[in-house]
Design a binder for this molecule. Structure first.
Ligand code: OGA
Ligand code: MN
Length: 286
């Protein structure tokens, strides 16, 4: 029997070896994964062969599952479970979708820095993204550590943002890109949520700079002032020294903490197949 080990990647993340995620995990392996997540924020598991059933079973061992933006999406889902987000450029029939289809247009917002489901309460805790098929070039995913970002802020700015609260909206990043084709029912499906810009990460106990592209205003500031502050802070938080970039291979599973980190997809040629699926747990209030 092999044992689970973690080897750190810089400046955040770790590679996990010695575990087969398709099989039920022992309580001590679950605890080791949670402990490592609290520390690293991102874990990379390679050479995992997971059916949809196995991916869901793995994720359920880490908490109740979240549907997130799936609540806004129209009917029709290619995957077997609503709790598996279809992070692909494929149509319901499994072919590369038309460039101007909602499937491709909507997913482009994943290329803006964000934390999954920060627009809802409870928000997402862990995201577990599994690669079925990846393009030969492009389509990496980047992760930035919001704890490192907070620690590095100058003191004057820590004071400036202390106590400020941002509103996070499910459609803000999409509307910003010009993806506006949402009905009133879709627009109303999720009530926006408010979160302090500075928080104590419930798991690592460290302070975080909680910003991302779902944040659309800062309570008490004018819209332009608040949006500029959010943009400035996000730019600060995502400097190279706080970022791990993952280049995908098929059968990789990458798991991240949505409070300690933000992430974004990177450009790829949407005429090439890219098929990933995501299970996500909900943050349970302490
Ligand atoms: C996600 C996401 C980015 C990517 O699945 O939550 O933002 O690279 N994905 O596909
Ligand atoms: Mn995401």
């Amino acid at each position: 029997m092999t044992t689970l080990e973690f080897s750190p990647l810089q400046p955040l993340a770790a590679k996990a070896v010695g575990v087969d995620l398709s099989q039920p995990l022992t309580a001590s392996v679950v605890a080791a994964i949670e402990f490592a997540m609290d520390h690293y924020g991102v874990l990379v598991f390679q050479n995992q062969a997971l059916t949809q059933d196995q991916q869901i079973a793995f994720a359920r061992q880490l908490g109740p599952l979240d549907i997130g933006f799936g609540k806004v999406k129209g009917p029709g889902h290619r995957l077997k479970y609503r709790e598996l987000g279809d992070i692909s450029n494929l149509s319901l029939q499994g072919e590369v979708a038309a460039r101007d289809s909602q499937k491709i247009v909507g997913n482009i917002a994943n290329q803006l820095w964000h934390s999954d489901s920060s627009f809802q309460r409870p928000r997402a805790k862990y995201s577990m993204l599994y690669a079925v098929e990846v393009p030969a070039v492009g389509g990496d995913t980047e992760f930035a550590d919001l704890r490192l970002a907070y620690d590095a802020l100058p003191d004057w700015q820590k004071k400036q943002i202390d106590g400020l609260v941002a509103r996070h909206h499910p459609l803000h990043s999409r509307l910003l890109l010009g993806d506006t084709n949402y009905s009133q029912a879709q627009r109303d499906a999720i009530t926006p949520s408010e979160w302090p810009l500075v928080q104590t990460d419930p798991r690592s106990g460290r302070k975080i700079l909680y910003v991302g592209s779902h944040a659309c205003e800062v309570i008490g500031l004018t819209l332009p002032e608040g949006r500029l502050l959010i943009m400035d802070l996000l730019e600060y938080a995502t400097q190279r020294q706080f970022v791990y970039r993952h280049t995908w291979a098929a059968n990789d599973l990458v798991m991240w903490d949505n409070t300690a980190t933000v992430h974004r997809g990177r450009y790829f040629d949407v005429s090439q197949r890219r098929d990933l699926r995501r299970a996500t747990t909900e943050e349970v209030a302490a």
